[in-house]
Design a protein around this ligand. Structure first.
Ligand code: ADP
Ligand code: MG
Length: 224
């Protein structure tokens, strides 16, 4: 289970102190597909980053599968992220100088998965995302939808327990976005992976559970 209790996070910026998250408590059960919903600036990314240990909350704690991640030392946190988490961002964030297959293989290498096991897993993922033909392509040769399919494969390659996605369909047309989300759900289901996704897309939030609503950094609803 992923459990957040009393998460509070402020930023100091040119606009003064901005309270990005105010006293957020919630939980997401293992295997769920959860959505974080809210307008731009409501705190969705900050919440995802706090859950994944990319931001440290000012107060409160995040318990991921029993581990209070903000109490880990930086090196233990890196190990935890590398092993158990997968991230998908709005623009894919593939490494531009690596091929599609090398991008997908990156988290495998980092987790010591090498040789034939690694090759087989990359091949299976390329087939899952229907991009075998792009094995040796570079990211700039891909369309937006293809980039996100590769991002999904890369995020899930090492079979993480939690997949965090920050508006992964924001730059895609509706049908391409639908396909990317379906792919994410299918792969997550196959591997018993929990998903938490920030999104504006009503079609996605309609099928997500729980839906975590944010407004000005406050939790406005958590449907179970
Ligand atoms: P969303 O993802 O819903 O658009 P964010 O979590 O990015 O919202 O931002 C929530 C609030 O926190 C916004 O007011 C934003 O300007 C502010 N914020 C986020 N990150 C930073 C940062 N690194 N420095 C200063 N302010 C930030
Ligand atoms: Mg955001």
């Amino acid at each position: 289970m992923i459990q957040l209790s009393h998460i509070t996070k402020s930023f100091r910026s040119g606009r003064g102190q901005v309270k990005a998250l105010s006293d957020i408590s919630l939980s997401v059960d293992i295997g769920r597909f959860a959505a974080i919903e809210g307008v731009s600036g409501s705190g969705k990314s900050t919440l995802l980053y706090c859950i994944g240990g990319l931001e440290k909350p000012d107060r409160g704690e995040v318990r991921c599968f029993g581990t209070i991640i903000h109490r880990l030392t930086p090196s233990k946190l890196s190990l935890f992220q590398r092993r158990h988490l997968g991230f998908i961002f709005q623009r894919g964030n593939l490494l531009s100088y690596l091929t599609v297959a090398e991008n997908i293989g990156m988290p495998l290498t980092l987790n010591g998965i090498v040789g034939k096991v690694r090759d087989k897993r990359i091949e299976a993922l390329l087939s899952d995302i229907d991009l075998k033909s792009a094995t040796n392509a570079l990211p700039h040769e891909l369309s937006g939808g293809e980039t996100q399919r590769v991002s999904v494969a890369r995020a899930i390659a090492h079979r993480p327990r939690l997949l965090l996605a920050d508006e992964p369909t924001a730059n895609l047309d509706t049908s391409t976005g639908r396909r990317v989300v379906q792919l994410m759900r299918d792969l997550a289901k196959d591997h018993g992976c929990t998903i938490i996704m920030a999104t504006h897309d009503k079609e996605i939030t309609d099928t997500a559970e729980p839906v975590i609503g944010l407004k000005d950094g406050q939790l406005i609803r958590e449907e179970k």
